[in-house]
Design a protein around this ligand. Structure first.
Ligand code: ZN
Length: 167
């Protein structure tokens, strides 16, 4: 059991207390987790993040197929423009470059979309249910979990995007 010192009266309190037993001042919420619980929770959060990353790999196949389709569209439209303006190579080149750029940007959006969908599919309801059961068993609140997760994961983490609807 971990101890927290009240910053007002310097009494030693059980870290699970919400208020100081001596002066009744509120104790900081972050102290709810002991160091050992924090370490256990950190390992758990990292393992969930790894699982979501692995799930995102499932998007590789649809991404590969859409890449092929995009390339075919680009070749097809470039070919049509070549047929339409056989004399004017400038128009053909400009069309091909502009279309290529547009498709490249769309491709970036597709990667994000497919990877997010794959992670979302794994998270809800399976991983979400597991996390809720884990938090209940460990007696940790959703907000404490989110706070620690945002401390140890990078802002680009896939898990952080899904934590808003935890209990
Ligand atoms: Zn106190």
């Amino acid at each position: 059991m971990s101890i927290i010192i009240c910053k007002f009266c310097k009494s030693e309190n059980d870290a699970e207390n919400e208020r100081c037993f001596s002066c009744n001042a509120p104790l900081p919420k972050t102290s709810v987790l002991s160091e050992k619980a924090k370490e256990h929770l950190s390992n758990y959060i990292n393992s969930i993040e790894k699982r979501l990353k692995a799930e995102m790999k499932k998007a590789d196949m649809p991404l590969f197929i859409s890449f092929m389709l995009i390339t075919l569209i680009w070749i097809f439209v470039s070919f049509i423009s070549y047929k339409s303006f056989p004399e004017d190579t400038t128009i053909i080149v400009i069309l091909a470059v502009v279309l290529g750029l547009g498709l490249f940007i769309a491709w970036g959006g597709l990667i994000k979309h497919f990877e997010h969908k794959a992670a979302e599919k794994a998270f809800d309801p399976k991983i979400k249910t597991e996390i809720n059961a884990y938090l209940k068993e460990m007696n940790i609140s959703g907000p404490s979990f989110k706070m620690l997760a945002s401390e140890i994961l990078s802002a680009k983490s896939s898990l952080l995007k899904f934590l808003d609807d935890l209990q």
